[in-house]
Design a protein around this ligand. Structure first.
Ligand SMILES: Cc1cc2nc3c(=O)[nH]c(=O)nc-3n(C[C@H](O)[C@H](O)[C@H](O)COP(=O)(O)OP(=O)(O)OC[C@H]3O[C@@H](n4cnc5c(N)ncnc54)[C@H](O)[C@@H]3O)c2cc1C
Ligand code: SF4
Ligand code: SF4
Length: 425
């Protein structure tokens, strides 16, 4: 037994990606005494979880989990957070990396009190990416209410315009610097954990499912934003074509996943996400009919199976085992008809609904933008952990499709791998 609380070896760890996995790795390593550089490309931390309405299976808002992590980060001087930051270059090897990080300008400094005057004065609106373009936001804005760091950002899209000048003029705290430039940092670290996460698979590529062609077909991540109290409809689930409440909703499972033409693998979370979203619909519309078209329903483990059983007991939720082959729209009513072959009866099933939700899967971020480091990827773009070589590791959805619980477990393990690299230096 020892009262020694310092880390067994000194050194720093870089964590790339400030989603739930990156936050976990950073905190686990920092709380046992290591210095951590947390590099996030967005102006805020939290990753995709920040965009969810509720977590399955407990159905609590993601703010619970995120806020605790943000508090732990604030209280820990060993974690150095860089937002709007990206790794440009990695040189060296395990125990001794030199990393070049580019810091993009936020145009707002630490004087910001989040008073909102700049947004009030700014008369230009831009598409709100956080809400998948379903609404607009001022060119000067807070990314979302509980954003961490709690600091406004000026979109590069309005730099050089009158709207930016008006925002600056409105700021009483000298917090806006429109001349802010990108900076480069060189950091020495012993290990790097890549927690760069995932992106929703681009649903416009799934030609037969009508996304982008018909108004009332949305993706599961858009559903999360519609259901969120801080989303574009303030938590109301409305048909995009006419902002009316849907009386019927169809979920199309494996939209792009388990399909050789798109993502050949199971995305792991989209069955549970649809079951959860069925509760969003039910909560708002007690009479609405819900149709879930699936190939197989995957609800792994005891808690998820129990969650599935609860939804199954709802008499207005109908499960149809069949892969959706096509969708069509009634031009007058904008209702959508979903066609599938029922795998149980062998019959062609047609169902007309007010709103269709595509359960689109996860694609690793690195599939579309390779990282500037000597990493190994599988055929789908997930980073393979090479433990023999060591030094650099992938955590969470950068490594495989995962829910929050398994992302956290995996991220904790990768913190240990990073620490072992430093201890062996
Ligand atoms: C519709 C839907 C609903 C879901 N609901 C639930 C749920 O209820 N419960 C649950 O357990 N799970 C749910 N999930 C899964 C959950 O979203 C993931 O488990 C979680 O996001 C994984 O976190 P992550 O940190 O690995 O990745 P991410 O959340 O993707 O975070 C990655 C972070 O890395 C940053 N980044 C990416 N590339 C770079 C780079 N090059 N440089 C710097 N930063 C970078 C990103 O900006 C992001 O902040 C759901 C998923 C979907 C699709
Ligand atoms: S930048 Fe200035 S005006 Fe805008 S929210 Fe911050 S303190 Fe207020
Ligand atoms: S989790 Fe369900 S919907 Fe998602 S790919 Fe796997 S089987 Fe299909």
């Amino acid at each position: 037994m020892t009262n020694e609380t310092t880390a067994p070896a000194s050194g720093s760890i870089m964590v790339v990606g400030g989603g739930i996995s990156g936050l976990t790795t950073a905190l686990e390593a920092a709380e046992v005494g290591y210095d951590v550089y947390l590099v996030e490309k967005n102006p805020y931390l939290g990753g995709r979880v920040a965009q969810l309405n509720q977590y399955f299976p407990k159905l609590c808002p993601p703010t619970c989990g995120l806020e605790i992590n943000f508090r732990r980060i604030k209280d820990n001087p060993r974690i150095h957070v860089f937002t709007l930051a990206e790794v440009e270059k990695v040189d060296g090897g395990p125990g001794n990396y030199e990393v070049t990080v580019k810091l993009n300008p936020r145009y707002v400094n630490e004087n910001c009190t989040c008073c909102g005057d700049c947004a009030e004065a700014c008369d230009t609106e831009i598409s709100h990416d956080f809400n998948f373009g379903m609404n607009k936001v001022k060119g000067a804005h807070l990314p979302f209410e509980m954003a961490f760091p709690a600091r406004f950002v000026i979109s590069p899209q309005i730099i050089g315009t009158d709207a930016a000048a008006k925002a600056k003029e409105a700021c009483k705290y000298d917090a806006i610097d429109l001349d802010m430039q990108a900076k480069t940092l060189n950091l020495q670290v012993g290990a790097i954990v890549w927690a760069t996460g995932w992106e929703p698979y681009d649903a416009t590529r799934i030609d037969n499912l009508g996304f982008g062609q018909y108004d009332n077909i949305i993706t599961n991540m858009m559903m999360e934003r519609l259901a969120s109290p801080n989303g574009p409809t303030k938590g109301q689930i409305l048909r995009p074509s006419d902002d009316q409440a849907p009386e019927s909703v169809a979920f199309v499972q494996c939209a792009g996943s388990r399909d050789e033409n798109h993502l050949p693998y199971c995305s792991y979370i989209c069955c549970m996400a649809s079951l959860k979203q069925a509760t969003y619909v039910r909560e708002r519309y007690p009479e609405a009919k819900i149709y879930i078209f699936y190939i197989d329903l995957r609800a792994p483990g005891q808690r998820y199976e129990k969650f599935y059983q609860t939804i199954k007991d709802d008499p207005n939720v109908f499960f149809i085992k069949g892969k959706v082959a096509e969708v069509s729209e009634d031009q007058a009513t904008k209702a959508v008809t979903v066609v599938a072959e029922n795998a149980v009866t062998g019959e062609k099933t047609k169902q007309t609904v007010d709103l269709v939700v595509l359960a689109t899967g996860m694609q690793p971020t690195a599939a579309n933008a390779k990282l500037p480091a000597d990493l190994k990827y599988n055929a789908d773009g997930f980073i393979i952990n090479d433990y023999e070589k060591g030094g650099m590791f992938a955590a969470g959805c950068a490594n495989k499709p995962a829910d929050v619980v398994s992302s956290n477990q995996n991220a904790t393990g990768m913190a240990l791998k990073a620490i072992q690299t430093l201890a062996r230096k």
